[in-house]
Design a protein around this ligand. Structure first.
Ligand code: ADP
Length: 618
C-alpha cells in the first residue's frame, strides 16, 4: 500500500495519506503487487494540489464509517463525500495480507473512487478481502446518507491495463510466485527480456501466503549457536523424510544451493531475517531461518526488484497452452488477457513453468489421491490448480510422484486455513493432547505422521495447550496476530485463568490434561520424553493463565509434478529434455519424495527458480 497514493476523480486529485495501514506496514508493496493489470489508479506526489479546490468543495461534505469482516479480521473504511460525489475512501483498519489482500483493497479503492460506482469485480486471489472491503464501503456510504444499493447498480467499472503485454520476448515465465519471480529476476539479470504472466489479479501465489521458513545449512545463526550442519546432512534428512523417493541429485542440488540462494535473497532482493534459528519437523538440527514479514514481505520485495530491473509482470493473464513444434522446441505460449478479453499469442524460445501445485484443484487432487475429498480444507491460493502440469503433459512432459499430496497437521478446524499459531509446535513451548487430555504423537514428527495421528483421535483433531506466558515467549502471538481475532470469534482459540476453563471450552478432559502436564514436567526434569522421545529440549509447563487451540489436517502441498533434471529442464516421458522448456517450484515433482519436510519449499522455489532462470537465459 502506498501512503502517498492519489486517486484522480473527475479532475480532482485526492490525497489519502492519512490511511491507517495494516500493522505490518508494507506501505509501498501492496500497491506494487497490483502491477500491470492496474485499476485505473494514478500514483503521484504526496502534496495536495490546488486542483483539490473544485466545484465539489462547494457541496456539503458528509462522512460515513463502515466495518465488515475481511479475510483476517475487520476491515473498516471511512467514506468522504461532497454532495453525492465520493471524494475519498480512507482505510481505517485492515489485517489483510500484505501484497495480496491489501493489494486488492488498493485496486478496489481506486476503481470505486475513480468511477463513482460500487459495481466492481472482486479481485481474483483475494475474494474474501474484496468482499469484506466492498461490504465496509457499502455501509460507509449508507452511514453517509447514500443509497448504497443504487451505487451497486451503477455502470460497471472495469480494470484497465497500464502496460502493454509484449508479443515477443526472450523468456516467458508462467506464474508470479517465488519460483517465477526468482527465475524472472535471474534471466533479466543475464540481460534477457522477460515477461511474467500471472492469472490472478495479485502477484505472489502461495509464496505470498507462506510463513516462508527457510532451511539452510551453514547460516550465521547456526554458527552463532554452534550447530554443526552440512548440505549432505540436510539432503539426508530430506531424502529420509520423503521415504527415499526423492531423486538424490535433485535433493543435493537444492541443499548445496540453499545458502547461496539465501544470500541472493538477502543481497539481491533485500530480504531480512529474524535473529533465530529453529528446528522444524523431520530436520535433525536447527537450520530454519525466518524472513522478516514472512512470505508476503519476500514477495513484495521480489516484485519490487523485478519492476526495478524491467521485468514485465502482467497480472490477470491466464496461460492456456505452451506451443511446441512437433517433437521439437517450445516457441511460446497462448494466453487469455482477462482484463481486455483478448487472446494472446506470445513468441519466446524459452518458457519457464512456475505455476505452483494442484492442491486447490479438488478434481485433480482426488484423481491422484481419492481420500482427499472436499472434507479437507486447503491452504493453497486459488491459482494452485495444476495448470502448468496439464499444459506440460499436453506437449509431452513426464510427471513424477503425483500421488504424494501433503496434508499439514495444524489446519483450522473451522476455516481450513493453515494456522500460523501452529508454529508453536516447533518451538518446544506446547504439547498437543486429544479429547481425553493425552498426548498421542511426538509433536515434531513428520507432517504425515502427525496428520495420521490426529485423524485417529476423537473428532479427528488435536489441541495444543500451553501457558499464555510461554505462548508470548514463543513469538506465536506476533506471528499469528492476523488470524487470532478470527480464531477467538469462531472459538478455535480460547484462553482462561484455569485449566478447567480452557478444557471445558473444547470438551477436553481436564484431569487427563493435568496428568499429562505432571508427566511432561517429570520428563523435563529427567531430561527426556518417556512417551514419544520429543527431539527438542523440553520446557516445563508454565503458570496460569492458559491457552488452547484446536487443529486438524488440511491439504497443503503437492509433492508431485513435472519431471525435471538438476538444470531445471523439463523432461519428456522418456527422460529427454524438451528444448527451451524449464520448470521450478511446486509445479515440479521428484524432489520431495513422498513427504516434504517443513521449510524446504522456499529453498526449492528460490534455488530451482534461479537455476531455471539462468539456464533459460543461456
Ligand atoms: P511456487 O511456490 O512454486 O512459486 P506459487 O503458488 O507461489 O508457486 O505461485 C504460482 C503462481 O502461478 C500463482 O500465483 C498462480 O496463480 C500462477 N498460475 C497458476 N496457473 C497459471 C496459469 N495458467 N497462467 C498464469 N499464472 C498461473
Amino acid at each position: 500500500m502506498n501512503a502517498c497514493i492519489h486517486i484522480k476523480t473527475k479532475g480532482i486529485i485526492m490525497g489519502n495519506s492519512s490511511r491507517t495501514l495494516s500493522r505490518r506496514g508494507f506501505l509501498s508493496g501492496a500497491a506494487m503487487l497490483g502491477l500491470s493489470a492496474g485499476a485505473a489508479a494514478v500514483a503521484s506526489g504526496c502534496a495536495p494540489t490546488s486542483m483539490q479546490a473544485s466545484a465539489a468543495d462547494n457541496a456539503a461534505e458528509a462522512t460515513g464509517k463502515g466495518t465488515a469482516a475481511g479475510k483476517n479480521g475487520d476491515v473498516a473504511v471511512r467514506a468522504v463525500l461532497a454532495g453525492d460525489e465520493l471524494l475519498e475512501l480512507e482505510l481505517l483498519e485492515s489485517q489483510e495480507t500484505p501484497g495480496v489482500g491489501e493489494a486488492a483493497l488498493d485496486r478496489l479503492e481506486a476503481l470505486i473512487v475513480q468511477n463513482q460506482t460500487l459495481n466492481v469485480d472482486m479481485v481474483t486471489g483475494a475474494t474474501l478481502s474484496s468482499m469484506g472491503y466492498l461490504s465496509a464501503v457499502k455501509s460507509a456510504l449508507e452511514s453517509a446518507g447514500q443509497d448504497a444499493k443504487q451505487w451497486q447498480k451503477r455502470d460497471h467499472a472495469a480494470s484497465t491495463r497500464d502496460e502493454e503485454i509484449p508479443s515477443e520476448v526472450d523468456v516467458v515465465v508462467i506464474g508470479s510466485g517465488g519460483a517465477g519471480l526468482s527465475a524472472a529476476l535471474t534471466a533479466r539479470s543475464a540481460g534477457k527480456s522477460v515477461l511474467v504472466l500471472e492469472k490472478l489479479d495479485t502477484v505472489g501465489g502461495n509464496s505470498a501466503l507462506s510463513g516462508a521458513g527457510y532451511a539452510a545449512p551453514g547460516t550465521w545463526l547456526q554458527l552463532r549457536k554452534g550447530v554443526e550442519d552440512s548440505p549432505d546432512l540436510m539432503a539426508s534428512d530430506m531424502l529420509t523424510g520423503g521415504d527415499n523417493l526423492g531423486a538424490p541429485t535433485l535433493v543435493h542440488t537444492l541443499c548445496e544451493g540453499a545458502l547461496d540462494a539465501l544470500e541472493w535473497m538477502t543481497y539481491e532482493t533485500g530480504v531480512s531475517w529474524s535473529p533465530t534459528c529453529g528446528q522444524d519437523g523431520g530436520h535433525s538440527v536447527a537450520r530454519t531461518v525466518q524472513p522478516a514479514g514472512y512470505g508476503a514481505a519476500v514477495m513484495v520485495k521480489m516484485a519490487a526488484r523485478a519492476k526495478k530491473l524491467g521485468v514485465t509482470v502482467a497480472t490477470g493473464v491466464t496461460v492456456e497452452e505452451i506451443i511446441r513444434t512437433p517433437g521439437g522446441a517450445v516457441t511460446g505460449v497462448k494466453a487469455v488477457d482477462r482484463v481486455s478479453g483478448a487472446q494472446l499469442s506470445i513468441s519466446s524460445p524459452r518458457v519457464i513453468i512456475a505455476s505452483g501445485g494442484f492442491g486447490a484443484n479438488l478434481e485433480m487432487r482426488m484423481q491422484y489421491d481419492p481420500t482427499l475429498t472436499d472434507e479437507y480444507g486447503c491452504t493453497d491460493a486459488v491459482g494452485t490448480t495444476g495448470d502448468g502440469i496439464v499444459m506440460g503433459q499436453a506437449i509431452g512432459a513426464g510427471v513424477t510422484g503425483m500421488e504424494y499430496i501433503q496434508t499439514h497437521p495444524t489446519g483450522s478446524t473451522t476455516t481450513g486455513n493453515m494456522l500460523a499459531m501452529g508454529s508453536i509446535r516447533s518451538k518446544g513451548f506446547a504439547f498437543m493432547v486429544n479429547k481425553e487430555g493425552k498426548r498421542f504423537v511426538e509433536e515434531l514428527e513428520r507432517r504425515d505422521v502427525v496428520c495420521a495421528a490426529e485423524l485417529a483421535q476423537t473428532d479427528g483433531c488435536g489441541y495444543f495447550v500451553f501457558s499464555k506466558e510461554d505462548g508470548v515467549a514463543s513469538g506465536i502471538y506476533d506471528r499469528a496476530a492476523d488470524e487470532l481475532g478470527g480464531m477467538k470469534s469462531d472459538g478455535t482459540y480460547f484462553e482462561g485463568d484455569t485449566l478447567e476453563a480452557v478444557c471445558d471450552h473444547f470438551g477436553v478432559d481436564v484431569n487427563g490434561v493435568k496428568e499429562t502436564i505432571a508427566l511432561w514436567n517429570k520428563d523435563c526434569e529427567a531430561g527426556s520424553d518417556s512417551q514419544f522421545n520429543y527431539r527438542s529440549p523440553m520446557k516445563p509447563f508454565g503458570e496460569a493463565p492458559y491457552a488452547m487451540f484446536s487443529v486438524t489436517p488440511i491439504v497443503h502441498y503437492t509433492m508431485g509434478g513435472l519431471t525435471i533434471n538438476a538444470d531445471a529442464a523439463v523432461l519428456d516421458e522418456d527422460g529427454v529434455p524438451i528444448p527451451g522448456l524449464f520448470a521450478a517450484g511446486e509445479v515440479t515433482g521428484g524432489i520431495m519424495g513422498s513427504n516434504r519436510l517443513g521449510t524446504t519449499s522456499y529453498v526449492d522455489i528460490v534455488v530451482y527458480g534461479r537455476i531455471a532462470g539462468a539456464n533459460a537465459a543461456r
